[in-house]
Design a protein around this ligand. Structure first.
Ligand SMILES: Cc1cc2nc3c(=O)[nH]c(=O)nc-3n(C[C@H](O)[C@H](O)[C@H](O)COP(=O)(O)OP(=O)(O)OC[C@H]3O[C@@H](n4cnc5c(N)ncnc54)[C@H](O)[C@@H]3O)c2cc1C
Length: 406
């Protein structure tokens, strides 16, 4: 930090003013936090590094714990006509091409948790958040500004970009993602560690889906060195595909174009429908997957971490963005329920850190199970085949049933 100065800042507003919140990062976490806080009367300024949104070419799964929050933020009307609500999750052994489980999603899961399981195009989710943010009179979103540092005073925080102060607020939320600059500069944490795996993603049109691939469900094909996931997006008009594989070449980018051979190579031992599916697109983008050990603290004076900046999650439970939504709702509630910023931020961290660590650990475990080999792989397949599907899904009640503390 530029220095924690226990003095009063010259820009301090009168005490009766609404809470002034600065947010670094206009991704899913930052925009959801802006909406949740503005709904409680806070005045929010969001600074996004990118000149414009470029969320194309990838899907996102949103469990009931995430869709419940999107509904509460008023996004259900816009999103429900754009998402798909898959009826089931079909699990296969990828190389054998054998289905080992059919787990219920659709109406069964929606009834159990009071909110649906949605699968969406990332661009549609981001656009819905953007639209709500643009329409909200208490939120200002500025593009092309990278927040690099902050100065904290006893009564406010100043955000810096390019050596200039670009905003003053009661708190600064660092929602600046996996490689958070604010986390690096203000919390002195280690850099995220490469997991040894990368993900390639694409979206194809419905008419390109080959035989043997179910169009209206989530499909997952497991193998020792990687796996493939696909699900419908854009109300079923398109199919999002993700291929995860071991990868020696670490790539720092979030959307590096990747050669088709890299993806084809990952599924060369898979059953024919998966190989045909992968052949259907030659426009793949790669994301290297990183991990970060749990942080000692998410709060530094008036600066607080949210979403991937606080707790990046491996995507093997499809929960990273959903956790960011949970963070956003919890932080907004803590801020509106407390008359003291330090108390509110402390309460937010207490409510969120164990939950995030639990989901991080479960995601890592899922990845290990997905990539089992030899007798353990056979044992996994047998276990999934004989387990009652509803009981398997009920074992995720702790995940999908999340609600903020009263
Ligand atoms: C292959 C893959 C599949 C996934 N699938 C799912 C899924 O199905 N379901 C799910 O819930 N999650 C999924 N995730 C995880 C999910 O994408 C992330 O957890 C989520 O995007 C985190 O949101 P965020 O807002 O915290 O960070 P980000 O999405 O990274 O957003 C951060 C934003 O901050 C901006 N920024 C960065 N630095 C600065 C700065 N200094 N100043 C200003 N702006 C800045 C960036 O440009 C970006 O817009 C997946 C991830 C991967 C890699």
């Amino acid at each position: 930090m530029q220095g924690t100065l226990q003095t009063t800042s010259p820009t301090t507003p009168p005490k009766s003013s609404p809470l002034r919140v600065l947010i670094a990062g206009g991704g899913i976490g930052g925009l959801a936090a802006a909406l949740a806080i503005a709904r409680t009367g806070g005045e929010v300024r969001v600074f996004e590094r990118r000149a414009q949104s470029d969320e194309d070419g990838a899907g996102i799964q949103l469990g009931p714990n995430g869709t419940r929050i999107l509904q509460s933020l008023g996004l259900a009307d816009q999103l429900s006509s754009q998402v798909a609500t898959p009826d089931a999750l079909f699990v296969h052994d990828g190389p054998m091409g054998v289905r080992v489980a059919e787990l219920p999603l659709g109406g069964w899961l929606a009834e159990r948790h009071g909110a649906p399981y949605w699968v969406a195009h990332r661009a549609d989710l981001h656009a819905a958040l953007r639209r709500a943010v643009d329409e909200h009179p208490l939120i200002e979103l500025r593009h092309g500004i990278e927040i690099e540092d902050a100065e904290t005073y006893s009564d406010e925080v100043l955000a810096r970009s390019g050596g200039q102060i670009v905003g003053a607020g009661d708190i600064l939320i660092a929602a600046d993602g996996l490689r958070s600059t604010l986390r690096q500069n203000l919390f002195g944490t280690r850099l995220p560690r490469y997991s040894g795996k990368s993900a390639a993603r694409t979206v194809i049109r419905r008419e390109q889906i080959p035989d043997g691939i179910l169009q209206d469900s989530v499909g997952i094909w497991l193998a020792p060195k990687g796996h493939v996931v696909h699900y419908p997006v854009r109300a079923g008009r398109e199919l999002a595909i993700v291929v995860i594989r071991n990868d020696l070449a670490v790539d720092e980018g979030w959307a590096t174009a990747v050669a088709h051979d890299w993806v084809k190579d990952a599924v060369q031992d898979f059953a024919a429908p998966v190989r045909s599916l992968i052949a259907a697109s030659d426009n793949w983008r790669k994301w290297a997957l990183f991990e970060l050990p749990p942080l000692k603290t998410w709060v530094n004076d008036r600066v607080v971490l949210l979403g991937d900046a606080a707790h990046p999650v491996l995507p093997f439970l499809a929960q990273g963005a959903v956790l960011a939504l949970e963070d956003a709702l919890t932080l907004a509630r803590c801020l509106s329920d407390s008359d003291s910023v330090p108390k509110a931020l402390g309460s937010y961290q207490t409510q969120r850190s164990r939950r995030a660590e639990g989901v991080q650990a479960a995601s890592r475990r899922n990845g290990q199970i997905y990539h089992l080999d030899g007798p353990l792989r056979q044992a996994r397949n047998v276990t999934l085949t004989i387990s009652p599907p509803k009981r398997v899904m009920a074992s995720y009640d702790w995940l999908y049933g999340w609600r903020p503390s009263a």
